[in-house]
Design a binder for this molecule. Structure first.
Ligand code: PMP
Length: 384
């Protein structure tokens, strides 16, 4: 079986799983305990925070460990709007954000906040000009994802951050960095980005752990009240084995970033060439998008039919994003890009990983062509 669903989740590094098992069985102390075992865990936590901070070129105190990017996004958006409610009740985001941002904004609307959802162009992007024009006196926060999880569209977050920092320094800027980290370089330090979410399982770490970068000087209303862990920013006993495993994945993701990006770009170009050669398919992702995501539609065909046929051939791909694929609704991201209901209902996402080879891509393309031929024949038979 060949796995082509890396945007949903990634197979963890062996080094990461080994580390987790070792820390879990040997260093089980609560980092808040005063005895030796507690102190050991506390040291591991400190070290993991330093490793993440160094890889991200930020300060250790700017990192808050969470249960994943869903929590990080909620923490950033709700934590900031609650903390800075005195500044106003307006937020800006885009029409194609992940549900952990989008639904969070919807909840805030129910509670009386106003949200501007910026439309995207046909390539899934917004501009810093759009953000600037949507700003109001009472805007508290702007939230724009770095890389879209369905289409791989890359948003100009550095330009948006630069504009906000220069002209509107009081407006906070949050970036959901989940799909970009380790694949599309981004400098956090001095970028105008105040809050940045990461998830471990998208970078070959474990599920259920993530972090939020909170720029020094920014305060968030804590969503989880309790024992005051993470400097009072996120209560709950820290998941030391996963945090240590995550820190390894963060380090490895950053160390191999340029090489990984170049390699994935090559594989993507090969895949795109092959998809373009199959005339029944229409490509929705663009060459300038993230190097690991290719998205296409098969108009007139239900995406699940192709997905299951590919699975029978030994290839695992995705319809939309993993979080939305069981909801039988057309893709919100594709609709926002103006691709039409038919394209939005027949979308397939193929997402690549660093372990793929050129042979994997050519095998996948052969299988894809075979499946499309079979589906076309079935369609012909049904008509006649
Ligand atoms: N944001 C994006 C862009 C994602 O792709 C995902 C995962 N599908 C998340 C946030 C949520 O991450 P997690 O699974 O760690 O909650």
């Amino acid at each position: 079986m060949k796995y082509f669903d890396h945007a949903a989740t990634t197979p963890p590094y062996d080094e990461v799983t080994r580390t987790i098992a070792e820390v879990m069985s040997r260093h089980y102390g609560n980092p808040s305990s005063l005895h030796r075992l507690g102190e050991e865990s506390s040291k591991l936590l400190r070290k993991a925070r330093e490793v993440c901070a160094q890889a991200m070129d930020v300060k250790p105190g700017e990192i808050v460990f969470t249960s994943g990017a869903t929590e990080s996004n909620n923490m950033a958006i709700k934590g900031a709007t609650l903390q800075y409610a005195g500044r106003g009740k307006h937020l800006i985001t885009t029409a194609t954000e992940h549900p952990s941002v989008f639904e969070c904004c919807k909840q805030l609307e129910q509670l009386g906040w106003e949200v501007t959802y910026l439309p995207v162009n046909s390539e899934g992007q917004v501009t810093e000009r759009q953000v600037e024009e949507a700003l109001r006196k009472d805007t508290v926060l702007v939230s724009v994802m770095h890389v879209n999880n369905e289409t791989g569209a890359v948003q100009p977050v550095t330009a948006i951050g630069g504009m906000l920092k220069e002209k509107h320094p009081r407006v906070l800027f949050h970036v959901d960095g989940v799909q970009g980290f380790g694949k599309v370089p981004l400098q956090l330090n001095n970028s105008g980005i105040d809050l940045y979410s990461l998830s471990a399982h998208k970078i070959k770490g474990p599920k259920g752990i993530g972090l939020l970068y909170v720029r020094e000087g920014v305060s968030l209303f804590p969503l989880l009240a309790g024992g005051g862990q993470e400097e009072g920013r996120r209560s709950g006993t820290e998941n030391i084995p996963y945090i240590v495993g995550f820190s390894k994945a963060v380090r490895l993701a950053k160390e191999g970033e340029r090489e990984r990006q170049a390699r994935l770009k090559q594989l993507k170009a090969e895949l795109v060439r092959g998809i373009k050669a199959i005339q029944e398919l229409t490509l929705n992702s663009v060459p300038e998008g993230a190097p690991h995501i290719v998205h296409f539609s098969y108009p007139g065909m239900k995406a699940e039919a192709l997905l299951h046929m590919l699975e029978e051939e030994g290839f695992l791909v995705s319809t939309q994003s993993a979080c939305s694929s069981k909801k039988a609704e057309p893709s919100r991201a594709l609709l926002a890009m103006g691709k039409g209901a038919e394209a939005a209902a027949s979308g397939i996402r193929i997402s690549l990983g660093e372990e793929h080879t050129e042979t994997d891509i050519s095998d996948l393309l052969k299988a894809l062509d075979k499946c499309v031929r079979r589906l076309q024949n079935l369609k012909g038979e049904r008509k006649s």
